[in-house]
Design a protein around this ligand. Structure first.
Ligand code: GLY
Length: 385
């Protein structure tokens, strides 16, 4: 059996649904394939828009993409909320970074120095200043304030994208894509696990770590590795009033806590994250990871001890060898938008702009030039010559 759509999207996470919405709202027919829609990395993500905090040594190109995308979030959220009539939980709260001991403070200062060299806004603050921002801060050596790092609710955003895409006519089919189909050097569709040959004028691959195997069926090299992360969700008591995102370094380990209103009833959650292990998506919640997250989070926010632990969500971050995403429309008939690693939520509006440019046949934003898939083959060729 064969079915045709203008656009076929593989993957119904935050990236795939963004592509589906952008295409469907142009009046194009859109089919989305995913065996378990909205159940990948986006459902575990905490939703930090942490372009400053996540800037790291050796990753200037990723930092530039993160900064670009962070600036796009307000317009993206406004357009999505209008289309879906749902709140996506974008809150301009800033981020408080805490350093547990003097070594953590020294590391925090090194990062502030890097952030300043890259033109990012951050400022060292004392423990007393940190406590003025949140009186719940525990015994720490010091901290920093990042006024431009905000937060959004990933689950609310994914629900809104799903609603907006469907309202514009996109169809989500709960089935896996098993291989891409090509003709004359052009990708022309995908065969799904039910044996349906789905043709399309444009195929968007946004399938997380399984994108690598799917792209390989068309001879395309886009390596991704799974980086497992567990996030915890706790119920925030009324007195647990921590408005900004809190990030901390605790004896060299990173931890964060994001407090938000999580549903229409006013229920407030605290998302604590995240473990980071180079291993596949086994969906296990290791006791040691939960212990380490709670130990480090309560070291800087002791009130966490009193909260009700509701959920632990293990998922994998789809990560390329160099931690850059793949945003690449260089193969005819194909847009690859995957491999967003630690920054899937943050990079969604930039990815949306890449989808728009592909559909409009205009140039992709300059900042995504380093996200081409051929960067790996290019390195191999240069090494060989
Ligand atoms: N961006 C936060 C994380 O990946 O845990």
């Amino acid at each position: 059996m064969s079915k045709h759509s203008d656009v076929l999207v593989v993957g119904a996470g935050i990236i795939g649904l963004t592509a589906a919405w952008r295409a469907a709202c142009r009046g194009l027919s859109v089919t989305v394939l995913d065996p378990t829609p909205r159940d990948g990395a986006s459902m575990a993500a905490a939703g930090m828009l942490a372009a400053v905090c996540e800037a790291d040594f050796g990753e200037p190109e990723l930092a530039a993409m993160n900064v670009d995308s962070a600036a796009r979030w307000p317009d993206f959220a406004a357009e999505l909320e209008k289309a879906s009539r749902l709140d996506v939980g974008l809150r301009q709260t800033g981020t408080l970074t805490l350093a547990f001991d003097p070594d953590d403070l020294a590391e925090t200062r090194r990062l502030i120095d890097l952030q300043h060299r890259w033109g990012l806004v951050s400022e060292e603050i004392s423990t007393a200043q940190a406590r003025r921002i949140s009186p719940l801060v525990g015994r720490v050596a010091g901290g920093a304030w990042m006024p431009d790092d905000h937060q959004v609710d990933p689950r609310a955003t994914t629900r809104a994208l799903d609603a907006a895409a469907r309202a514009a006519g996109a169809v989500v089919v709960e089935c896996r894509a098993v291989r891409l189909t090509s003709a004359s050097g052009r990708v022309v569709g995908a065969v799904d696990a039910a044996g349906v040959d789905r043709t399309a004028d444009l195929v968007v691959v946004a399938a997380g770590v399984s994108s690598t195997g799917l792209l390989a069926t068309a001879g395309i090299h886009a390596p991704l590795r799974p980086v497992k992360g567990i996030t915890l969700r706790l119920a925030a008591e009324p007195w647990f009033d921590v408005e900004p995102v809190v990030r901390a370094r605790v004896q060299g380990r990173a931890v964060y806590a994001v407090t938000r209103v999580a549903d229409e009833s006013g229920f407030r959650e605290v998302v604590i994250g995240a473990s980071s292990d180079e291993k596949p998506d086994d969906r296990r919640v290791e006791a040691g990871s939960v212990f380490a997250l709670l130990r480090d989070a309560r070291a800087v926010l002791p009130g966490i001890d009193e909260l009700d632990l509701r959920e632990a969500s293990p998922r994998v971050r789809p990560s390329a060898p160099d931690n850059l995403p793949y945003l690449d429309a260089s193969v005819d008939g194909l847009l690859v938008a995957t491999g967003h690693g630690r920054n899937g939520i943050l990079l969604t509006p930039l990815t949306s702009a890449v989808v728009d440019a592909t559909l409009d046949e205009t140039d992709l934003p300059d900042v995504v030039a380093p996200a081409m898939m051929n960067r790996h083959t290019r390195i191999r060729t240069e090494e060989a010559s």
